[in-house]
Design a binder for this molecule. Sequence first.
Ligand code: AHM
Ligand code: MG
Length: 334
Amino acid sequence: MAKQLQTLGEFIIENQQAFPYSSGELSRLINSIRLAAKVVNHEVNKAGLVDITGPAGATNVQGEDQQKLDVYAHEKFIQTLTNREIVCGIASEENDDFITIKGSHGDHQNKYVVLMDPLDGSSNIDVNVSVGTIFSVYRRVTPLGTPVQLEDFLQPGHQQVAAGYIVYGTSTMLVYTTGCGVNGFTLNPALGSWYLSHPNMRYPEDGRIYSVNEGNYIHFPQGIKDYIKYCQEEEEDRPYTSRYIGSLVSDFHRNMIKGGIYMYPPSSKAPNGKLRLLYECNPMAFIAEQAGGKASDGKRRVMDIEPTELHQRVPFYCGSKNMVDKVEEFLARY
Ligand code: AHM
Ligand code: MG
């Protein structure tokens, strides 16, 4: 008989002792994320079937407000995280400002802040291509009992206590870390349960896949242009393969399994690149490092950047360690 896979619930209970500040709160937080993920997954799967991909603000035939899936995902995650006494604030790529959560007694006693991109790569939704959710968790730095402040969110990535993503792909997976390696769980949609399908995920040290939007090539820094040419050269293990979905979560997920690098370089059009430090780069960097990979802005470790604003953008190079080292080497030539 096939080996019975551990469920996410069982895994959380078994590993609770390994969590930092193991009061069970972080476990409950992960629990609420897995619940919201199921709800969002259900809705994402219906895209195209029901008329849900229309613009936010439109109304459907029942006269209900119709929402774009990224707004829907944002609201589902906020609702689920707000209903538990764990989170004191949430910042989302979908909101200009952070949201303060008082807790049911109005006493601001909750410890954690969550930053998230509720539906990343959402332009892929309309064409039935994988999208994802990215989340990042920190302990607040301001005193308990007071409303959460901007500084609680502007923490460098190395302070994260947990980070993860959900990829709504051919199957739906939740991949996360609490600083003790990376584990991946696959949703069985019939049962609504997550199973530990990818224990202890590791980034291959080397890879042969590069993922970048080459349409921006002429706007890239010379070091990146040279690196792309290097990837394409006829050498022992080259040319590499180019794979770009345009969904960070999916590109990252594939590269972590197969070995590769994801790049969103600065360009003359977007001097800091496109990706957001707090909602996209830091959580992916934490997962990458926990899996033995690397994440850099071209010069520095992404997780050492001191954030100055919520929606800050940074160039992003993330993946197999030796490949990211190589990109840094090319960039350092100029
Ligand atoms: P989004 O948060 O608006 O969805 O943008 C982030 C996405 C990433 O998932 C993806 O890798 C990148 O934008 C693609 O951008 P581009 O179309 O410029 O290549
Ligand atoms: Mg995004």
